[in-house]
Design a protein around this ligand. Sequence first.
Ligand code: COA
Length: 258
Amino acid sequence: MSFENILIDIQGHIGLITINRPKKLNALNKATIEELHEAFKNLEEDPDVRVIIITGAGEKAFVAGADIAEFANFSVYEGSQLAAKGQELLFNLIENLSTPVIAAINGFALGGGLELAMACHFRVASDHARMGLPETSLGVIPGYGGTQRLPQLVGKGRAMEMILTAGMIGTEQALMSGLINHMVAQEQLIPFCEKIAGKIINNSPMAISSAIASINAGFGSNGYRKEIEAFGECFGTEDFKEGTTAFLEKRKADFPGE
Ligand code: COA
């Protein structure tokens, strides 16, 4: 497997995926999403890989979101396709893998980055990580499953507050609210995830795959379809143009209100 935007390392039944665009804070552009799709499928098919860990290159970011520069000019149709394809290619794929996936959050996990971490089976974060869904500050909503998976993990009220304020939370608050399972020092992040992976590897792969499918079955909903439609509709609005343009021009967005 050879990729431009990600690194793969397989050792002792553990597949480590590192998203490697540190200059863009590992933002998820189309090419990275496609490469991640291939990598997850290949690792799932490799019988030697029993746990997958995903992290970001560098100390600053896990993933700072979907690549804003790439979608700022999208139409309503392109916006809804972006969400639908991303959910199918990557986010739903991860959630439904038989191989457990641990997100090792090594820094900013924002927007699509937090959505990626939430699609994983569980999350461990380093003590300086920051998490949030800032989409409403860009005139859009989370489109990679965030409106569904965040309430599943932290409850409706906390999810509402995070999405409506577009704010970020630190690792302690994320731990308290159930968004992450463990908080560790940065240098311990991967070794700690490997330790948990070691416990999983002792167990029956058949039973693990069956447990994942059963747990997921309790969370089915048509909310993901509603999210895709609503996400696409945002792309036809003045607020979306203002929000994304303001980010790219490195200024604060000015939303006039209705
Ligand atoms: N999409 C595209 N590019 C991004 C990005 C994203 N989601 N997040 C960061 N980048 C780029 C920046 O444009 C910058 O590129 P440049 O050096 O070519 O100008 C580079 O990554 C470094 O980011 P910068 O903003 O300069 O770092 P910072 O330390 O000042 O701020 C953040 C860090 C994470 C607070 C800030 O990058 C941010 O708010 N990112 C967007 C988060 C977001 O809204 N994500 C949701 C997208 S749906």
